[in-house]
Design a protein around this ligand. Structure first.
Ligand SMILES: NC(=O)c1ccc[n+]([C@@H]2O[C@H](COP(=O)([O-])OP(=O)(O)OC[C@H]3O[C@@H](n4cnc5c(N)ncnc54)[C@H](OP(=O)(O)O)[C@@H]3O)[C@@H](O)[C@H]2O)c1
Length: 375
């Protein structure tokens, strides 16, 4: 006879993308576990005493897309397919997401009351310089649904603001996240939304793929030599997210910055060389300088990076980088660029690892867009 389990369904948005696929992978990898002491103390009925089993409902607009297939294939390889469900929905159409919550509510499990137990919320990058009204509408509607359906943990993946003032968020994609955090904290938190903000640093994947050489050269040649940046691998964002869901009570109404800690671009370049035995790919300096001259996006990236460094290492306006990541690092190890590069090589040799999410067009930024500034 099999032991009955307490099924916890986490709805992951952006599940076919970089962060969402990583969160899916790591949530599904969480072991079936006993409930925590405080859960059993609540005396909340038989289901609370049962082992917790983690399920992911992966939201996509198209469950037949190659990215959705890749997600399903990965779960198959990891023997977790029985706990992954691809669900169709469009964040621009809140009714389609409500249907997903309603469908889940009819399921057995979920701490005895069925339904979606947690949400990992990621919203697509709109493109450089593009107004983020879409994220505003999508994030408002999803957070409201999470409140309506009394979700236990609503993890919103946002971003680390460059400084304490709203105007420190130069790029619209950053600004909207700052606004949404404020809205959720002030409006929905007091009404009972169990929000948690997961704020990742600059993705290590930005230094990969077609645009990687441009990115490396931009940071090497256009940012001050001693300026530190705080990168993070999206796989580690997923690992932190899974850790948050596992012990959600510890993190309700907390802000968790996920980065590998401060590093200079030169330290990353050296780390890459040590890991691969090869120099990192760079772009011709004149090309990168032309991109910077003609386009606001790289200029804004440079401005934000310098501001970020200044606010944390010079003016004392923000906690230090090390203090900011302490909570995330208490959840799990977060790899530096060298360790992540070594991991990717090892996983590649075994034919496993991350599926390729968006090499050609990272973050909706194509080389064309970078050159022309058009989105
Ligand atoms: N790059 C960085 O350094 C960095 C740093 C911090 C934060 N961020 C933030 O990270 C976010 C992007 O995360 P990511 O790179 O992991 O995403 P991504 O790889 O670009 O994937 C985007 C995901 O959004 C889904 N999606 C798009 N429109 C949708 C809609 N209308 N309804 C439902 N799903 C939709 C797509 O799913 P389907 O196509 O399958 O529907 C896809 O899974 C952005 O908000 C960005 O500002 C980026």
């Amino acid at each position: 006879m099999t032991t009955p389990t307490n099924k916890r369904i986490v709805l992951v948005t952006g599940a076919t993308g970089k962060q969402g696929s990583a969160a899916t992978r790591h949530i599904l990898a969480l072991p079936t576990s006993s409930p925590t002491a405080s859960e059993t103390d609540q005396g909340g009925g038989a289901s609370v005493q049962q082992p917790v089993e983690w399920h992911v409902w992966a939201l996509t607009r198209n469950p037949s897309s190659p990215a959705a297939h890749a997600l399903a294939k990965e779960a198959e390889r990891n023997h977790t397919s029985d706990r992954l469900k691809l669900v169709q929905g469009d964040l621009d159409v809140p009714a389609s997401i409500r249907s997903v919550f309603e469908e889940a509510a009819d399921e057995e499990g979920g701490d005895g009351d069925g339904g979606i137990w947690g949400v990992f919320a990621v919203f697509e990058y709109p493109g450089p310089g593009v107004k983020s009204d879409r994220e505003k509408h999508q994030a408002t509607a999803l957070a409201q649904l999470a409140l309506d359906f009394k979700i236990h943990a609503y993890v919103y993946s946002t971003t680390i603001p460059a400084g304490p003032k709203p105007e420190d968020a130069i790029e619209p994609a950053h600004r909207v996240k700052v606004q949404m955090q404020e809205y959720i904290q002030k409006e929905l938190g007091p009404k009972g939304l169990n929000w948690i903000f997961l704020r990742p640093g600059f993705f290590m994947e930005n230094f990969d793929g077609r645009l990687g050489p441009l990115c490396v050269t931009l940071f090497r040649d256009c940012v001050k030599k001693d300026t530190t940046i705080t990168p993070v691998a999206t796989d580690d964002i997923g690992r932190v997210a899974a850790g948050i869901f596992k012990n959600n009570e510890l993190y309700i109404h907390k802000i968790i910055n996920a980065t590998s800690g401060p590093t200079t671009i030169q330290e990353m370049i050296d780390g890459y060389q040590r890991a691969t035995g090869k120099p990192i790919r760079t772009a011709p300096a004149f090309l990168v300088k032309s991109v910077v001259r003609f386009n606001a996006t790289p200029k804004n990236i440079i401005k934000q990076v310098e501001r970020n460094h200044e606010a944390r290492t010079k003016t004392g306006e923000c906690p230090t980088f090390e203090a900011e990541v302490a909570l995330a690092k208490s959840i799990c190890e977060i790899r530096d660029y060298e360790a992540w590069t070594r991991w990717k090589i090892a996983e590649g040799e075994h034919g496993k690892g991350e599926e390729d999410h968006g090499d050609v067009n990272w973050n909706n930024v194509s080389i064309f867009k970078l050159f022309t500034g058009r989105s």
